[in-house]
Every structure is written in structure tokens, then in C-alpha cells.
Design a protein around this ligand. Structure first.
Ligand SMILES: *Cc1c(COP(=O)(O)O)cnc(C)c1O
Length: 428
């Protein structure tokens, strides 16, 4: 494909060496793509059938204002989510401002003073620590008399079943399980592993609420955690299920009672799901969900390609290029600040938005070291779009995720590698 190589070289500054290397590496991972395509096809049909079952029609695309009573589009959207995740109920709203907010609403709606929250998978995602009160923030759960207990993972990220059994008491009301790795060098949990963990927990205490933080995991496999025993599943719409089209939002799906508890917390006791105008945003949510399996497909192919490029140069990557994927996040251990910065700057160069700006590390609130973020995204902070971020501290891990299409993700990773080569940081 000479025309393709010409445009890569002339418009994106890809050198002959980098081009030849990437062509070779792509050919070595191509055989894995069939399996990913099969998962995508299954999930596409899952979403399509949920839309057909709920008789989605253009009347559902209308905007509501004010209280938003009788918002047919909102109701149908929530029913479609419930069907896709095979749950009784769903809460899918622009008023859920992000993933952290959705998780906070699900927790606060279902926990009462005196209850205990348990994380059997170690420390939760950074922002959740503030919500729970592991890091004291105003209004955190511990301020309301909700206690927190944690069981760390054993070596090799195994569940500490003995520790979990001991940690479950009469106070334990809700268990929170994070599917994705978050900002840690660890594997993400497959749905099969989550199933095993939930079965174990329910065998000890049948009525404990099992909630899964599903961020980054949606549509990476053919099943979702709600199909293997999770009572509540929560995530962000500017990640996988928004398909890059949702401009804001979060979702909570699960058992009717628990979703209702969350809705009463989000709006007000007595109002719940009945209010919440959608202001014209419903079509983007629906179309984004429709596109989401395909977008996740592109993100996973991009992650595998990045893993392959860097592992074959000698970098540690997680997961490895040939390992099964439980989410869209790729970790690369860059080994130096220069490498991290060059890679992130290169990712930015391949972006559709703000490709001409050069990201630099800065002291972000809530972090103990400077952080660099590459995100030339249509939606601010959207990490289903190709993005990379890294705390500037040893061992210099970069977290890369997203890619609205494989063909965009591919060039983005290539400009990332090219920038490192241009700066003389790596040789091919
Ligand atoms: C992104 C993420 C969150 C928080 O989502 P925001 O939309 O950034 O608030 C929570 N948990 C995990 C595992 C995440 O990846």
C-alpha cells in the first residue's frame, strides 16, 4: 500500500525505519484480531437486540426540559442499558457527571450509618479513596458513620480468600470490586475471575450487595459482571459505553431496589428516576452505545499494537501483546522521564484535536508528583479517545487507552514511537 505509507511519512513524519518496524509488528499481531472481532460482533448484536426489543424509535430522540417528567427517551435508554447488561433496572443520566460521581451515588445511595463497605481487591481507584474516606474529603462516607475495610491482593494479584472470609462481618453491607487496573501495575480482572470472587462472597454472606466498578471494562468480553452475579455495575459514559459520542454521563445498572436507592440519592428521596431532563442529549447516548462495541474493538487493537511495539524493543508491558484483555488499558514501563514525556507528546501529535500542542508534566491537584497527560480529544478528558497519562516518577509507567478507531489508534501509537526515536531515546 504505497499510498498509505506515503501519507504516513509525508503528513505524520513517520521515518522509513519506524514504518518498516510497525508494518512487521502489525503483521505479527494480526492473527489475534479475529478473536477480538468475534467479541465485538457478539456485543454489537447484544446492543442491537436490546434496541429492537425496546422498540427504539425517533420519538425517543426528543429533548425534555425542566423536571423532565415522562421523558420517553430517557426511559427507553435506561431499559436498553438494563437489557444490554442483563439487569432489572438502569440509571443512565447526564446528571451523573463522571464515573467517580456514579460510583459515589451508588455507594451513598445503598449504604447507611453503621454499615461497612469492603474492598476485597485492595486499594480502590484514586478518586474513590476520597469518596470513601480512605483519604479524608468533605462529605466522604466515613463522615456519615460508614466504615471501610480492605483486603489486599496476594502476590500475583490473587484473591486472599481467607482474608476476605475474615473481613466479612454482620456489618458488611456492600462489597466493591474494581475490574480494571486503575493506576496500578497489576492485571485487570476478567469476568470469570469476578464471577468466582462474587460466588465466594455470596457463599459467606448471601445478602451482601456486590458492586463492580466496570470502568474501562465494558464490551472487552462477551459477558459483563452483572451476568455473573454482580448486583450493581457502574461506569462512565466518557469511557467505553459512551462510544466516544456521549459528551458526559455515567450509568448504574443492577437490581431494581439498589438502582432505585441510587436514584433517590442522585435526585431526591421520593423523586428518584422520575425527574431529570435530558436537554437533547439522549441521541448521543444511544448512538454512542450503538457504536461502543466497535470503538472498544479499535481501542483493544491499538493496545495490543502498542504492547507489541514496545515489548519487542525490550520494555515491560502489561498486559503482554498476546495476553487476554479484560479492559482497554495498556501499561508500558518506560524507565525514564524522557521516554514518558516523548511518548505522550508523540501520542498528542497523532490526535485529531490539539495535535499542535505539546503536553508537559504539571502538578495536578491530588497527585504526589507531576503528571503528564496526552489527550487530543473531542470530549474533554475522554479516555475512550486515544489518550496516555503518566505520573513522572520511577519506574515511569505510562497508562495508554482508547482510540475511537483502530486506524486512528495505530497512527497515534506510531507517532508516539516516532517521537521517542526522533529524540534519540530508542533505536530500532
Ligand atoms: C476512570 C475510572 C474511574 C473514575 O471515572 P471518572 O470518570 O474519571 O470520574 C473509577 N474507576 C476506574 C477503575 C476508572 O478507570
Amino acid at each position: 500500500m504505497q499510498e498509505l505509507y506515503d501519507i504516513m511519512q509525508s503528513k505524520f513524519g513517520i521515518s522509513e525505519k519506524v514504518l518498516q518496524y510497525c508494518i512487521q509488528k502489525e503483521s505479527e499481531i494480526k492473527s489475534q484480531f479475529q478473536k477480538i472481532d468475534e467479541i465485538t460482533e457478539y456485543n454489537q448484536l447484544k446492543v442491537l437486540s436490546a434496541m429492537q426489543k425496546n422498540k427504539l424509535s425517533d420519538i425517543h430522540f426528543a429533548a425534555t426540559t425542566g423536571y423532565g417528567y415522562n421523558d420517553l427517551g430517557r426511559d427507553v435508554l435506561e431499559n436498553i442499558y438494563a437489557d444490554v447488561f442483563r439487569t432489572e433496572s438502569g440509571l443512565v443520566r447526564p446528571q451523573l457527571t463522571c464515573g467517580t460521581h456514579a460510583l459515589a451515588v451508588a455507594l451513598a445511595g445503598n449504604l447507611r450509618p453503621g454499615d461497612e463497605l469492603l474492598s476485597p481487591v485492595g486499594l480502590p481507584y484514586d478518586t474513590l479513596q476520597g469518596v470513601i474516606g480512605i483519604r479524608k474529603e468533605k462529605g466522604c462516607l466515613t463522615e456519615y458513620g460508614i466504615t471501610y475495610r480492605q483486603v489486599d491482593l496476594l502476590p500475583e494479584d490473587k484473591f486472599d480468600y481467607d482474608g476476605i472470609e475474615k473481613a466479612i462481618t454482620e456489618k458488611t453491607k456492600l462489597v466493591t470490586i474494581q475490574r480494571s487496573k486503575g493506576y496500578r501495575w497489576k492485571v485487570s480482572f476478567s469476568v470469570a475471575q469476578i464471577k468466582e470472587l462474587i460466588s465466594f462472597i455470596k457463599s459467606i454472606k448471601k445478602d451482601v450487595i456486590c458492586m463492580v466498578d466496570n470502568c474501562y471494562g465494558e464490551f472487552a468480553e462477551i459477558q459483563e459482571p452483572s451476568e455473573v452475579g454482580a448486583d450493581l455495575v457502574v461506569g462512565s459514559l466518557i469511557k467505553n459505553p459512551g462510544g466516544g459520542l456521549a459528551p458526559i454521563g455515567g450509568y448504574i445498572v443492577g437490581k431494581e431496589e439498589f438502582v432505585e436507592n441510587a436514584a433517590y440519592r442522585l435526585t431526591a428521596p421520593g423523586l428518584g428516576k422520575e425527574v431529570g431532563a435530558t436537554l437533547g442529549i439522549t441521541p448521543s447516548f444511544l448512538q454512542g452505545l450503538f457504536m461502543a462495541p466497535q470503538v472498544v474493538n479499535g481501542s483493544i487493537k491499538t493496545a495490543i499494537f502498542a504492547a507489541k511495539l514496545f515489548e519487542d524493543i525490550g520494555f515491560s508491558v502489561l498486559p503482554k501483546s498476546n495476553e487476554a484483555r479484560a479492559d482497554i488499558v495498556q501499561l508500558i514501563q518506560m524507565g525514564s522521564a524522557e521516554n514518558v514525556i516523548a511518548f505522550c507528546q508523540g501520542i498528542q501529535k497523532g490526535a485529531p484535536v490539539d495535535s499542535y500542542v505539546t503536553p508537559e508534566p504539571w502538578d495536578m491537584p491530588g497527585y504526589d508528583c507531576p503528571v503528564i497527560m496526552a489527550a487530543g480529544a473531542f470530549v474533554q478528558g475522554s479516555s475512550i479517545e486515544l489518550s496516555a497519562d503518566a505520573p513522572i516518577k520511577p519506574p515511569y509507567h505510562v497508562y495508554m487507552q482508547g482510540g475511537l478507531s483502530w486506524h486512528h489508534g495505530k497512527i497515534g501509537v506510531m507517532t508516539g514511537l516516532q517521537t521517542m526515536v526522533d529524540k534519540g531515546l530508542i533505536q530500532l
